[in-house]
Design a protein around this ligand. Structure first.
Ligand code: URA
Length: 434
């Protein structure tokens, strides 16, 4: 077998065998196959696609490329969720504490963000003292004791994905459904949850821009999860605008706390509760989504989810007072209002651009080495479909630099369209794949 022949086979529309796919994944991860051959193979996959069997074989080869976590010493049915990524997505910070408050263990491996916004770990690290650097023993102990732990992904969990994703990121080969499905599901299969709930984003801020593409990706991932013996569900959610009001690291933690206090943005609350309700069902604690929803809403109403979040923060070295008194979070120096340029209705949002605004302000990473500024970001006071007026800000920018704030303001205004007539908007939950 050699890589040249396999690239040519895929380039010409051939179907690769399980052995051929393993040869490529193991060869690239181990360094025997160079970047230029792998990049060319990924581009061939991008244009020719992979059939369902090839996608499963790619996922399993990637999951087997490193260690597989063994979480069998965690009591109970372990649940996990993964989002395909979007702007302002802080649902993990909300659903983890809700589930833990119901006694459902959440053992979550998370990543840092590269690109327009920070990842879950970057957000949590805006809390004084918080660390995701847990040993395996601490991770298991915390889940058994309080029901929730979030650790940084170890470098040997699906290392093939780490290497392949870095190459896809710079060769315009990220947005292919088979490659995304294999990337996400290889990490999920290697991290040993019993129930996997996938949040597949669709719209202008997502990899999958149309609902049809999102459905195809969701169905592919659900069938891979089930083939591997995991209870797997997917919820397709709207990403045509940021989720919630806040974009930025400390700002997003504060918004999650607001939801845990049983108030806050309705669309964000809806996505968190819907995703969590399939995790509750998967754990066998409710027979349908309505029953699960009632249980989850109870944890917001009685404060048990908020207390659980504070307990989790303390267990990972953070200061739990910040959760009850969010005024302790460090603040940006400048808070700049952004006024719309005309009266009308917010009719479209180029959501990736909103993510770029956060990056310009310092809330994301341009390179792996960049340091994130936890205080900066955006507060959006209006959603798509809302009326706006020139004398009322539709957003505020949180910045520490005048020049960056000025550029961010221009880009944020250019990211939105305003129409004279009202527009109809998508519901935030588009479809559930059971
Ligand atoms: N998230 C991932 O983990 N991988 C992808 O390929 C896309 C989104």
């Amino acid at each position: 077998m050699n890589m040249y022949d396999l690239i040519r086979k895929k380039r010409d529309g051939g179907i690769l065998s399980k052995e051929e796919i393993r040869y490529i994944v193991m060869g690239y991860t181990g360094g025997a196959i160079p970047d230029y051959q792998m990049a060319s193979f990924l581009m061939a996959v991008y244009f020719q696609g992979m059939n369902p069997q090839e996608t499963v074989d790619l996922t399993l080869a990637m999951a087997d490329s490193g260690d597989r976590l063994d979480l069998s010493d965690i009591k109970g049915i372990k649940v996990d969720k993964h989002s395909t990524g979007g702007v302002g997505d802080k649902t993990s910070l909300i659903l983890g504490p809700m589930l833990a408050a119901l006694g459902i263990p959440v053992a979550k491996m998370s990543g840092r963000g590269l690109g327009h916004t920070g990842g879950t770990i970057d957000k949590l690290e805006s809390i004084e003292g918080f660390s995701t650097d847990l040993t395996r023993e601490q991770f298991v102990q915390n889940v058994n004791r309080i029901g929730l732990a979030i650790a940084g992904q170890t470098s040997n969990l699906a290392p093939a994905d780490k290497k392949i994703y870095a190459l896809r990121d710079v060769t315009a080969t990220v947005d292919n459904p088979s490659l995304i499905a294999a990337s996400i599901m290889s990490k999920k299969l290697a991290s040993d949850a019993d129930v996997i709930v996938l949040d597949v984003k669709t719209g202008s801020g997502a990899f999958m821009q149309t609902i049809e593409e999102a459905e195809q990706l969701a169905e592919t991932m659900v069938s891979i999860g089930r083939m591997a013996g995991k209870k797997t569900y997917a919820v397709i959610t709207d990403m045509n605008e940021p989720l919630g009001e806040m974009v930025g690291n400390a700002l997003e933690v504060q918004e999650a706390v607001d939801i845990l206090r049983n108030r806050g943005d309705i669309r964000l609350r809806e996505v968190a509760i819907t995703l969590a309700s399939y995790m509750v069902m998967g754990a066998g604690r409710a027979s349908g989504p309505e029953e699960a929803r009632k249980l989850l809403e109870g944890t917001l109403a009685d404060g048990s989810a908020l207390d659980k979040f504070a307990e989790f923060v303390a267990a990972q070295g953070g200061n739990p007072r910040w959760i009850y008194e969010p005024e302790h979070f460090p603040q940006a120096k400048l808070v700049e209002p952004v006024y719309p340029e005309k009266n009308g209705y917010l009719s479209a949002c180029r959501n990736r651009e909103v993510g770029m605004v956060s990056l310009i302000l310092g809330g994301g990473r341009e390179t792996k080495e960049s340091r994130i500024d936890p205080t900066v970001g955006i507060r959006l006071c209006r959603h798509l479909g809302d009326a706006v007026q020139v004398d009322e800000p539709f957003a505020y920018l949180y910045a520490n630099d005048d020049q960056k704030a000025a550029e961010a303001k221009k880009r944020l205004l250019a990211a939105y369209d305003i129409s004279a007539a009202p527009v109809e908007c998508q519901p935030v939950i588009r479809k559930v794949i059971l």
